[in-house]
Design a protein around this ligand. Structure first.
Ligand code: 3PG
Length: 214
């Protein structure tokens, strides 16, 4: 678990934002990953919400080695092996049942499991997880929640995701327990559908330049 946690710590420190993307056509994923990497966002979470997701993860893992591709929206045990086989570098879940958390703790690759409460975070910490996704962040307490848990949960850090945009991101990034935030705003579905990678590059460059609020 220690080596996996350290690998994940490296990934979450690579950039201030992890774009969360839902891919309809796996062919677009390579251009997308190249645009994100080129703009300074090497980590991308591809959600398992479409039939194309596994192919997209595999395509990025193979064709864009500079990218760190995470498999998101992992909800079941059977998906763990599938995303490992596809070449995902780490796994992200929106929330984590007790059973899934146990299986995830045995996964071959690092996992950033989702939580939304202190008790959920504590249950995940008991299994050895130290870097958690806080989801859905904006409606579960937002940056004030994260600030409040710094005292009682000093070993944990969080990637808040859900309802975050460029205006709210700096407040999250100013917290010592937040190495990065996640969000869909960097690669909007509309831009992806149109193949508007220039727009995505622009949004990604702005996201890569985000700094903590002072
Ligand atoms: C996720 O799975 O992390 C969410 O879909 C993020 O969505 P949002 O950034 O649009 O809130």
């Amino acid at each position: 678990m220690k080596a996996k946690t350290e690998a994940l710590r490296t990934y979450v420190r690579l950039a201030p934002v992890i774009p969360v993307v839902t891919i309809e056509d796996a062919r677009a994923s390579i251009d997308l990953a190249q645009a994100l990497v080129g703009a300074g966002l090497p980590v991308v979470e591809i959600t398992l919400r479409t039939p194309a997701a596994l192919d997209a993860i595999a395509a990025v893992a193979k064709a864009v080695p500079e990218a760190v591709v995470a498999a998101g929206t992992v909800l079941s045990e059977s998906q763990i092996g599938e995303v490992v086989d596809a070449g995902a570098k780490f796994i992200v879940t929106p929330g984590t049942s007790t059973r899934l958390a146990e299986r995830l703790s045995e996964a071959e690759i690092p996992v950033m499991p989702g939580c939304a409460t202190v008790s959920e975070a504590m249950a995940l910490a008991e299994l050895g997880f130290e870097i958690l996704k806080f989801f859905p962040a904006s409606v579960s307490g937002g940056a004030p929640w994260l600030k409040s848990v710094q005292g009682p949960l000093p070993k944990l850090s969080f990637c808040p995701t859900g309802g975050i945009d460029p205006s709210s991101a700096p407040a999250y990034l100013s917290l010592t327990n937040v190495p990065c935030v996640g969000g869909t705003w960097v690669a909007p579905a509309e831009a992806l559908r149109k193949g508007d990678f220039a727009r995505i590059r622009e949004l990604a460059a702005a996201a890569a330049a985000l700094r903590p609020a002072t």
